[in-house]
Design a protein around this ligand. Sequence first.
Ligand SMILES: *Cc1c(COP(=O)(O)O)cnc(C)c1O
Length: 403
Amino acid sequence: MSSEEQSNAAAARRWREAIMPTYGTPGLELASGSGCTVTDAEGNTYLDLLGGIAVAALGHAHPAVASAVSEQITKLGHVSNFYSHEPELRLAERLLQLAGVDGNGRVFFCNSGSEANEAALKIARRTGRPNVVAADRGFHGRTMGALALTGQPEKQTPFEPLPTGVSHVPFGDAAALDEAVDEDTAAIVLEPVQGEAGVIIPPEGYLQSAREIADRNGALLILDEVQTGIGRTGYWFAFQRCGIVPDVITLAKGLGGGLPLGACIGVGRAAFLLEAGQHATTFGGNPVCCAAALAVLHTIESEGLLEHACRVGKEIIAAIERLEHPAVKEVRGLGMLLAVELDGDIAAAAAESARERGYLINPVRPDTLRLAPPLILDEQRANEFVRDLAEVLSEAHGGEGKN
Ligand SMILES: *Cc1c(COP(=O)(O)O)cnc(C)c1O
């Protein structure tokens, strides 16, 4: 191919001619990845500080994932749920152990975060109660049920009517949650940390209050750990920070090491509300995806990546604070799920300027940058990024208002 055909600009033209316009046209065509870096069609290399939106927990082309996937695909690639297989059983058992609910929990495997939340919503419906309470600005996915839970009218309105019975309350406000939940509430659905809303950490005690409110009203507590789970916040699951156990946990993003895999874990009675024949998906628990996930869990554990993510995440926060940059209003996060709130709507400009310097970061809100790097990111790379971030922010800040 000519260099013109393999340029980022050529890819953008072809994208516009072939891909539905649901996403913005990407400015980069990525060709390969290794560890924390990716390389584009023109041979430029970037430090990937978004990790495929909190997916690439072990970075790109991790040898443990690559060999687990290659081995499994040569052995058994797909069987359907008419048959069991070792990777699915082992993964279910391991997830229940890690969540501390072995013996008392059951796993339903699916293919994405939305689909994990669809299963959770069906579990909620099976309580026989009509209503669900979720949080404003929460994000739970784009399929119709998950979209009904998503507390963002701009994403919902074009697709009404949505499944009914869902109301939304301000995130982090235990009194508002208490007010909204009653004996008609089947479930409370929350992210332990709101990811798409800009890495919003609730006040201390909020999830404990949600647990107590759910118990008092006989409702389920469903925690959407699609973004926060699998080590992202420095714990296997973010709820483990708060000393509570939810009734339902949904997972996806980081679970499959880049392969599409979701899971809905039910605990106690919630493990048994979906009965035989009431839910299914063809690819759920696919052997290759499960083998990849087992490699992810094993590597996180054997390489001490929970502690590593906590330490490096804290260091990034401290280093950005030390910049004392006038464009930075707040730096926050847990583990390797971080946000830099900026003084003005300059996040897109900053992300663009970062890209020019070889960093992929995400303008999750107009005024907020999100970092969700691979958990394996080392201190040296992190510090180099923060050093260059000062320039990036100055450029974006100074450019504000110009055109
Ligand atoms: C990304 C995300 C989802 C949706 O997952 P998909 O795999 O895109 O369907 C749901 N909930 C949370 C918290 C997410 O971050």
